[in-house]
Design a protein around this ligand. Structure first.
Ligand SMILES: Nc1nc2c(ncn2[C@@H]2O[C@H](COP(=O)(O)OP(=O)(O)OP(=O)(O)O)[C@@H](O)[C@H]2O)c(=O)[nH]1
Length: 253
């Protein structure tokens, strides 16, 4: 089972415009620093945070218990002008886990409630014995030579965003999630999908928009182990000249 945590900045909208609209570059720095801080905290326990919408972030949090989440909230409160609330859920699929986490937090009040502050709403936690993460690290083939080195930076960004939209649309139907992680890379928490499911999605995208993808698929007890196995899988595909769609590697414990 996979555990997902929703991290939500408390009452952020009103804060950004009180007493007047705050300088946008300052808001971008706060959001970027918070994202980095959260990855440090979750990463210390082999979790992985995705920037998602920056005011609402999703994390794979297998390996983090209630106390771990409370410690993170305290550390953010001590060092930031804002506080964070969190929801936690565990399920067989990543989409269901994040949905449980979201509902748990929504029950505690609105994201822009002046009263709701530093809530930790735990719907469910994954047990050590049931903890399992499957992550697909999906990469666009030869983006450097086909896009980065020949198209304008923004046009390349548009194509990467187009690939992201197609991937998200197809993966969500199978209970999987997808996050952009930089460059031409996406990470898909995809517990429950088979290697063939992922290959079929990439073949469809190639046929529909002509973007060729490859996916290292990693399996482990937590995000870090699964993501690392997925990276190794990507390197195996590169070693075979991008000739295959997927490569699965399971962490040996
Ligand atoms: N977040 C993240 N970004 C990466 C990773 N590997 C590469 N990148 C980024 O992706 C960009 C493209 O790198 P590659 O995917 O290796 O380059 P490529 O031209 O697509 O080559 P192939 O993938 O081998 O076909 C780099 O400039 C980095 O910004 C990774 O593991 N994680």
């Amino acid at each position: 089972m996979i555990q997902m945590t929703l991290i939500q900045i408390d009452n952020y909208g009103p804060w950004t415009v009180t007493p007047r609209p705050r300088t946008e570059s300052d808001l971008q720095m706060l959001q970027a620093n918070l994202f980095a801080d959260l990855n440090n905290h979750f990463g210390n326990k082999k979790g992985l945070v995705f920037f998602t919408r920056f005011d609402n972030l999703l994390a794979i949090s297998n390996g983090l218990d209630e106390e771990d989440h409370l410690r993170i909230q305290r550390s953010i409160r001590n060092r930031y002008p804002i506080t964070i609330s969190m929801g936690v859920g565990a399920a067989e699929t990543p989409h269901e886990a994040q949905k449980l986490a979201t509902i748990a937090l929504q029950k505690a009040g609105s994201a822009q409630s002046g009263e709701r502050k530093e809530i930790l709403a735990v719907d469910s936690l994954v047990s050590e014995e049931d903890s399992f993460v499957q992550a697909a690290h999906i990469d666009i083939n030869s983006v450097t030579e086909t896009l980065t080195d020949i198209e304008s930076a923004f046009d390349t960004s548009f194509m990467v965003n187009k690939a992201q939209h197609y991937l998200m649309t197809k993966l969500i139907k199978k209970g999987a999630l997808l996050f952009f992680i930089g460059g031409d890379n996406f990470m898909s928490p995809c517990n429950g999908l088979s290697e063939q499911d992922i290959e079929d999605i990439m073949v469809e995208i190639d046929e529909e928009i002509g973007i060729k993808l490859k996916a290292g698929i990693g399996r482990g007890k937590n995000a870090e182990d699964a993501a690392y196995m997925a990276d190794i899988g990507l390197e195996e595909i590169r070693a075979h000249n991008n000739e295959m769609w997927t490569w699965v590697i399971e962490k040996e414990y």
